[in-house]
Ligand binder design. Structure first.
Ligand code: 4AD
Ligand code: MG
Length: 458
């Protein structure tokens, strides 16, 4: 196999090598041309030195920023600061020429502009770092679960159940939308592809529960879809979620797993992506690495929803949204709690029944459920989880309370009478975790091709 630039930069010079990539910068000084060549394999570029008369003038004039080349030559120790080696070119082949209107010239571009050229932005240094870290983070997640014996389940993307009960789902249909078949005035889904109304999943949790009650410890990691019309920096219509589910487990065990998980995946990325993390620390958020190192070391805080509400009420902050027991916490409240009040990641537990999903276990007070959200500075809610209602009768009451049709959940109810056990799990928003780890401020900039209200290009 050919060596990528990351490997070439670590090779023992002098040695003959062949490097392929895209030109990031071109500089000429005293008839010597210097190219910075990148291939996405690492944060650093390989400097290529083209001596006078090494290559033809016409070829030299075609070596613009963005062009793809192959360079053969000798890797030698470099005298320049910031690089150990450089490549003395003997031969250059132009593999992919670049037109002069290539938009990624040397100046810094805004992230807003780069979103409009999502087909080219992966070649920039920032997005190179973002997508390498995205890869490293998902590997860290799989390693964490694999080390603990968790089985990964591929839960379906097309579903017929609204797991979160929020009704913000995309339909999947082959019906003619201009003239759908009708029965009794309503659209007749019996004539649709699946012979019933089908949707894109908002969460793989319900199916993960099925597998937890057979394999004990499982997780799903896949795309989820929410048709929430919230145009914020933290919401996407398509995002990835990591959802572990554990049988014979309660809320305390769930939070213990979530904490160990967060710490381990952060420390994994810090050690495996040192250069990229230094880049974020320097250019995106000063002090990022130190902040994350502290998170790896310190324990997360815990407080109940009821405690959080009193803290918010006594805070003397003027919030845009009201604070009162029974109302959901808004992003501004979550940020205040984790950033100002406790100053580190905090689990909020025992939320009112009415603002959480039907599957959460009803507590003895009958007002709250065994729920937990993990809030982190800079992002707010990063994880949502709970102990599930394992008692059939209480689950039926919950379905009734939320006006859900028990017939839609027959298999889910079945699990409660065929060897059901206490079980719990959580969902980590993968992009929120990436924002937290990279310091990137907008979810659109940690996802290769973001889908948000009004945007599905590329
Ligand atoms: O809190 P949520 O809605 O929980 C669930 O879906 C449960 N079924 C999880 C479980 O217990 N297995 O979503 C989980 C996480 C949130 O904490 C947030 O990080 C992320 O998913 N999330 C989003 N991320 C990006 N864009 C959106 N629109 C998101 N909605 C939720
Ligand atoms: Mg939530």
């Amino acid at each position: 196999m050919k060596q990528n630039i990351s490997q070439i930069l670590q090779a023992n010079a002098p040695i003959d090598v062949e490097a392929e990539g895209w030109i990031a910068t071109v500089r000429t000084s005293k008839n010597v041309t210097f190219l910075a060549l990148g291939d996405g394999s690492c944060a650093a570029h390989l400097q290529i030195v083209i001596g006078e008369n090494t290559i033809e003038r016409t070829l030299l004039s075609q070596l613009g920023v963005g062009a793809a080349i192959r360079c053969t030559g000798t890797l030698v120790p470099s005298l320049a600061a910031g690089q150990r080696v450089e490549l003395q070119a003997q031969r250059i082949d132009l593999i992919g020429a670049v037109d002069p209107d290539y938009p990624l010239q040397k100046k810094r571009h805004s992230f807003e502009f780069l979103r409009t050229i999502a087909h080219l932005r992966p070649r920039t240094r920032t997005f190179g770092a973002v997508f390498r870290v995205r890869h490293a983070l998902q590997m860290a997640i799989h390693r964490f679960f694999d080390d603990r014996g968790f089985i990964q389940v591929h839960t379906p993307i097309i579903t017929t159940a609204d797991c979160e009960g929020a009704g913000q789902m995309f339909h999947v249909t082959t019906l003619d939308l201009d003239a759908p078949p009708r029965a009794n005035g309503a659209v007749d889904y019996a004539q649709d592809f699946f012979k019933q109304k089908a949707l894109l999943t908002v969460s793989g949790q319900l199916e993960a529960e099925v597998f937890a009650l057979a394999f004990k410890n499982v997780y799903t990691f896949g795309p989820t879809f929410r048709a929430e019309n919230s145009n914020t920096a933290r919401h996407a219509a398509e995002f990835w979620m990591v959802e572990p589910e554990m049988a014979f487990c309660d809320l305390a065990g769930d939070m213990a797993l979530a904490e160990a998980f967060m710490r381990r995946i952060i420390s994994d990325v810090l050690t495996r992506c040192e250069a990229d993390m230094d880049f974020f620390d320097q250019w995106i958020e000063k002090g990022l690495v130190q902040r994350l190192e502290k998170v790896v070391q310190a324990n997360f805080a815990h407080m109940t929803y009821t405690e959080a509400i009193s803290a918010l009420q006594q805070s003397n902050e003027s919030f845009a949204y009201p604070v009162s027991w029974g109302l959901d916490l808004q992003s501004e409240h979550e940020r205040w709690l984790t950033e100002k009040h406790v100053g580190r990641p905090v689990f909020i537990t025992d939320y009112p029944r009415g603002i959480k999903a039907f599957y959460m276990r009803l507590s003895d007070d009958e007002r709250t459920v065994a729920a937990m959200d993990l809030l982190v500075p800079g992002v707010g809610e990063i994880i949502g989880g709970s102990q599930r209602e394992e008692r059939r009768e209480q689950l039926q009451q919950q379905l009734h309370f939320f006006k859900l049709n028990p017939a839609d959940y027959d298999w889910y109810l079945d699990l409660r009478r065929f060897g059901g056990v206490p079980h719990a799990g959580f969902g980590l928003g993968f992009e929120r975790a990436l924002m937290y780890i990279t310091g990137m401020q907008n979810i659109r900039d940690v996802i290769p091709f973001a889908r948000t209200p009004g945007h599905a290009s590329f």
